[in-house]
Design a protein around this ligand. Structure first.
Ligand code: TMP
Length: 186
């Protein structure tokens, strides 16, 4: 029987983005050339607020407005760097560059002690993944930039990671165009 332990957390209202290669909003914001390999991983913080367009924050903003304290901030900074190291190695092993990703964290109490844990998915929806040799995009940018073959790209990642059998029969859903209903006059 499959089991899953689920913990209820209070989500910290910050998105943590780690970048190894400049692309996406970073290149638009700062005019950096797309595909520039960064000397070391760049950690960015964005406020989780759709109405404001998830604005970029500094550490000082986070502390000034008490979205986190300095211990939480330092802890999560180290955690996202570790997650990046792990994921980079894992993807490199299957011929994929981890360009960047976003994760969120949550707080919970255990034995009266406050703890923080990763509370997010890690998938081609939340990471940028490029083929090592060709730079082919194997992530949600295929949808964002209308490149097509989204499902095939996600399957490619899963097959390379050996978590989807090559013969799996998953296809994109296709819906017929909605037709106008004709109402017969009496
Ligand atoms: P960005 O270049 O658009 O800021 O995105 C950086 C990374 O964060 C990229 O891997 C996509 C991911 N991301 C999300 O998962 N959810 C979001 O809402 C945003 C804005 C980015």
């Amino acid at each position: 029987m499959r089991e899953q332990l689920v913990k209820l957390v209070e989500i910290i209202p910050i998105e943590f983005v780690v970048r190894n290669i400049a692309t996406g909003s970073l290149t638009k914001r700062l005019g950096i050339e797309d595909g520039t390999v960064l000397d070391y991983p760049l950690v960015e913080y964005c406020l989780k607020n759709d109405d404001l367009g998830d604005p970029l924050l500094s550490r000082e903003h986070i502390l000034a407005f008490k979205w986190m304290d300095v211990f939480e901030l330092d802890f999560i900074y180290e955690e996202v760097r570790r997650i990046n190291d792990f994921l980079q190695g894992m993807f490199r092993g299957v011929g994929i560059k981890l360009v960047d990703f976003k994760v969120e964290f949550g707080r919970f109490e255990t034995d009266g002690k406050r703890e923080i844990m990763l509370a997010d998915e890690i998938s081609p929806d939340t990471c940028r993944l490029w083929d090592m040799r060709t730079d082919k995009k194997l992530d949600k940018d295929r949808f964002r930039n209308n490149l097509g073959n989204l499902v095939e790209a996600y399957q490619e990642v899963a097959i390379r990671l050996n978590i989807l059998h090559e013969q799996s029969n998953i296809r994109p859903l296709t819906y017929p165009k909605p037709k106008a209903v004709k109402i017969k006059k009496k």
